[in-house]
Ligand binder design. Structure first.
Ligand code: NAD
Ligand code: ZN
Length: 370
C-alpha cells in the first residue's frame, strides 16, 4: 500500500442526506412524511419498489399509496442500465400531466439507485447517459425518499447512483449533490427477509469500502472516523454467531449508512476496480463480485484478507470460485481494461504509477485466482 505518501486532506463542501429516521417499525412514518408533501389531490407520488416485495408485501405493511400514485416494481436480476432508466422515466412522464411530488425508492442498492436517477431525470430532462460523471445534474430532482431493505452498499447515503450504459459499457454514476436523498427511513425490520448469503455479500460492501478507504493515501479525518466506526460495527456483526439477529441487523443498517458517508468523502482502493471488471465483463453483481475479489487480495490487503476469510468461515457463506477459470485471452484483456480504467481508486491505493504495479500479467494472475 501507499501509506508513505499519506495525504491528509480536507473536504470541499460535502452534502449529506437532509433528514432520516431510524428504528424498528419506522416505515410507518412514511405516511406522515409523504402527506406533508401532498398539498392537493392532484399531487401524486411514484413508488419504486424492489420486485421481491411484489410477491411478499407483508414486511412493508400498508403503504400510503393514493389512487393517483404509481407503484412500479424494479427488477433486480440485472443491475440498472441507462436504457432502463430512460424507459422508466418516459413511462412515468407520460402517465400524468404534472410532475410527481416525491419518488420513493424501497429496496436494495439497485432500487435506491434507480430512484435517485429517476428523480434527477424527471426534472432535468434528456437521457441518463448525459449525467454519468461528476456534477452534470443541473437542477434538484423530485423530492427523494429512500427506504433500504438490505444493508451494506451505503447507496442510501452517497451522492451517486451507479448505472451502466449498455451500448458503451460505461458503468458510472450521476455524481452530484442533487443525487443525495432528501429523506431516509432506516427500518431494520425490513432486512429480516434477506437471504443469508445475499445479506453477507451486501453487508461486506460496507466493510470493504472502509478498509479500502483507510488503506488509501487520500484521507481526511471525517472520512476516517466514519470508516473506523463502520468497520467496528461490521466486525461485531460478522464475528457474531447471529449475523441476522435483530441487534445485528440494526448494527449493519447503521454501518451501511456510515460507510456511505465515508465513501462520499474519499475513495475506495484495489478491490472495487477488480470487482467492477467482474461486473462489466462477466455480469456478476457488485457485492458478490467484491467478495470474489477479496478472496484474491492477499497481496494488497494481507490483514484484511485474513479477517475476511475469518468472516466467511464464521458465517459459513459460500463465495463462488473458479469464475475466471475458463476465460479466453480476449476476456482477460477486457477484464484488464475494465479494471485499470479506475484511476482514482487505484491511485489512492497504489500511487500515480499504479499501471507499473498492476501490469497486464499481474492483473491476469489476480483474476486467475478467482
Ligand atoms: P440489490 O438491490 O442488488 O438486491 C439484492 C437482492 O436482494 C435482490 O434479489 C433483491 O430483490 C433482494 N432483496 C432486497 N431486499 C430484500 C429483502 N428485504 N428481502 C428479501 N430479498 C431482498 O442489493 P444491493 O446489494 O444492496 O445493491 C447492489 C447495487 O448497489 C448494485 O447495482 C451496485 O452498483 C449498487 N451500489 C450503489 C452504490 C451507491 O453509492 N449508489 C454503492 C455501492 C453499490
Ligand atoms: Zn461497493
Amino acid at each position: 500500500m501507499n501509506k508513505d505518501s499519506l495525504l491528509i486532506t480536507g473536504i470541499g463542501n460535502s452534502r449529506n442526506v437532509s433528514r432520516y429516521c431510524f428504528g424498528k417499525g419506522s416505515i410507518t412514518q412514511l405516511s406522515e412524511i409523504l402527506n406533508s408533501r401532498r398539498s392537493s389531490s392532484e399531487n401524486w407520488a411514484v413508488f419504486l419498489i424492489d420486485e421481491y416485495f411484489d410477491r411478499h408485501s407483508e414486511p412493508l405493511g400498508v403503504l400510503p399509496v393514493e389512487s393517483t400514485d404509481r407503484v412500479i416494481h424494479i427488477r433486480t436480476d440485472v443491475e440498472p442500465s441507462t436504457q432502463f432508466i430512460d424507459s422508466l422515466v418516459c413511462d412515468i412522464s407520460v402517465s400524468h400531466k404534472m410532475l410527481p411530488v416525491a419518488v420513493i425508492g424501497i429496496g436494495g442498492g439497485i432500487t435506491l439507485d434507480v430512484a435517485k436517477a429517476t428523480s434527477n431525470l424527471l426534472t432535468n430532462g434528456g437521457r441518463a447517459e448525459e449525467y454519468q460523471g461528476w456534477d452534470l445534474v443541473k437542477r434538484p430532482g423530485i423530492y427523494k425518499i429512500g427506504i433500504p431493505t438490505i444493508s451494506g452498499t451505503g447507496a442510501e447515503a452517497t451522492r451517486t447512483c451507479v448505472i451502466t450504459n449498455e451500448k458503451t459499457g460505461v458503468k458510472l454514476g450521476m455524481n452530484s449533490d442533487h443525487t443525495v436523498f432528501d429523506q431516509l427511513i432506516l427500518d431494520p425490520d425490513l432486512t429480516a427477509s434477506v437471504p443469508r448469503n445475499q445479506y453477507f455479500f451486501t453487508g461486506m460492501d460496507a466493510w470493504i469500502h472502509c478498509v479500502e478507504a483507510l488503506s488509501g493515501s487520500y484521507r481526511n479525518p471525517v472520512g476516517d472516523a466514519f470508516s473506523a466506526q463502520t468497520i467496528t460495527l461490521c466486525r461485531k456483526v460478522f464475528s457474531d454467531n447471529e449475523m441476522m439477529s435483530e441487534e445485528s441487523r440494526e448494527k449493519l443498517m447503521v454501518a451501511s449508512y456510515l460507510g456511505g458517508c465515508a465513501i462520499a468523502t474519499t475513495y475506495v482502493g484495489v478491490v472495487h476496480p477488480f470487482s467492477a471488471g467482474l461486473s462489466v465483463v462477466l455480469g456478476l453483481h457488485h457485492c458478490v463480485a467484491n467478495c470474489i475479489t477479496m478472496m484474491a487480495m492477499e497481496l494488497y490487503y494481507p490483514d484484511e484478507h485474513r479477517e475476511f476469510m475469518g468472516f466467511v468461515e464464521n458465517q459459513d457463506v459460500p463465495i463462488p470460485e473458479g469464475v475466471c477459470s475458463q476465460l479466453s485471452d480476449s476476456q482477460f484483456e477486457a477484464l484488464y481494461q475494465a479494471t485499470i480504467i479506475h484511476e482514482k481508486p487505484l491511485t489512492n491505493a497504489l500511487g500515480e504509477q499504479y499501471r507499473d504495479v498492476l501490469d497486464r500479467s499481474r492483473v491476469r494472475q489476480i483474476f486467475e485466482k478467482m
